[in-house]
Design a protein around this ligand. Structure first.
Ligand SMILES: [Zn+2]
Length: 226
């Protein structure tokens, strides 16, 4: 059963942005501040696979075969996650939607649950290339290091190392793929009063302040137009 707490009570946030834009950090901060779950598709895919749910098994079969997880399966896994109790007042989604089909499914899922605020974190390509080429990861568990981690992994205590496989060319290719995939998504949302562009080429704290004020204005805009 889905609890209704009035149409405007929920805060449903989608964070868009290329690899290296810092949206994971911002999603985490926003989620904590608002007491909402941060839902990253990487995490919930792993969970569904580990739990061996029917959708998780289908996703695992696709990944084992080196294929992408289909829209249908991804949508189903996100739906199951959003139906859980902790998401009834909203969520911060990171990594979903990736396609227009996923985006329109998400619109159906949040129908009646308050406005969908879409934050597009934008960073110039040269800055992303520099960030990604010097990205640090945990040498033990492979976690991406958050900006504030100094020398040790805050998940397992392992030593941080610089990733060496992200050469300039590989990074630029990844960014091109992202731009190609995300353009239709941004177009899909572009007519709405709840889409906000965030300048991600600033310090993490300044970006956080921009995110907070964008959410505040988008929330009030969403209350009127939806
Ligand atoms: Zn670690």
């Amino acid at each position: 059963m889905r609890l209704q707490h009035g149409a405007a009570s929920g805060l449903n946030v989608v964070m868009l942005g290329p690899p290296g834009a810092g949206k994971g950090t911002q999603a985490e901060r926003l989620a904590q501040k608002r007491g909402l779950p941060r839902i990253s598709t990487g995490d919930i895919l792993r969970e569904a696979v580990q739990a061996g749910t029917p959708l998780g098994s289908v996703a695992k079969a696709a990944m084992d075969a080196g294929r992408l997880v289909s829209d249908d399966v991804m949508i189903g896994i996100v739906q199951e996650r959003l139906d859980r109790d902790d998401a009834r007042h909203g969520f911060v989604l990171d990594g979903f939607p990736r396609t227009v089909e996923q985006a329109s499914a998400l619109d159906r899922m949040v129908n009646g649950r308050g406005p969908l605020v879409v934050l597009d974190v934008v960073v110039p390509e040269d800055v992303l290339v520099r960030r990604l080429a010097t990205r640090r990861i945990c040498g033990r568990c492979g976690a991406n290091a958050a900006v504030h981690w100094k020398t040790k992994c805050e998940k397992c205590g392992g030593k941080l190392v610089t990733r060496v496989d992200d050469g300039d060319e590989i990074v630029r290719e990844r960014l091109k793929v992202y731009q190609r995939q995300s353009k239709p998504l941004v177009d899909y949302y572009s007519g709405r009063g709840t889409l906000r562009t965030i300048d991600g080429n600033q310090s993490a704290d300044v970006v956080t302040a921009a995110v907070d004020s964008a959410v505040a204005t988008a929330e009030s805009a969403g209350g009127v137009t939806l």
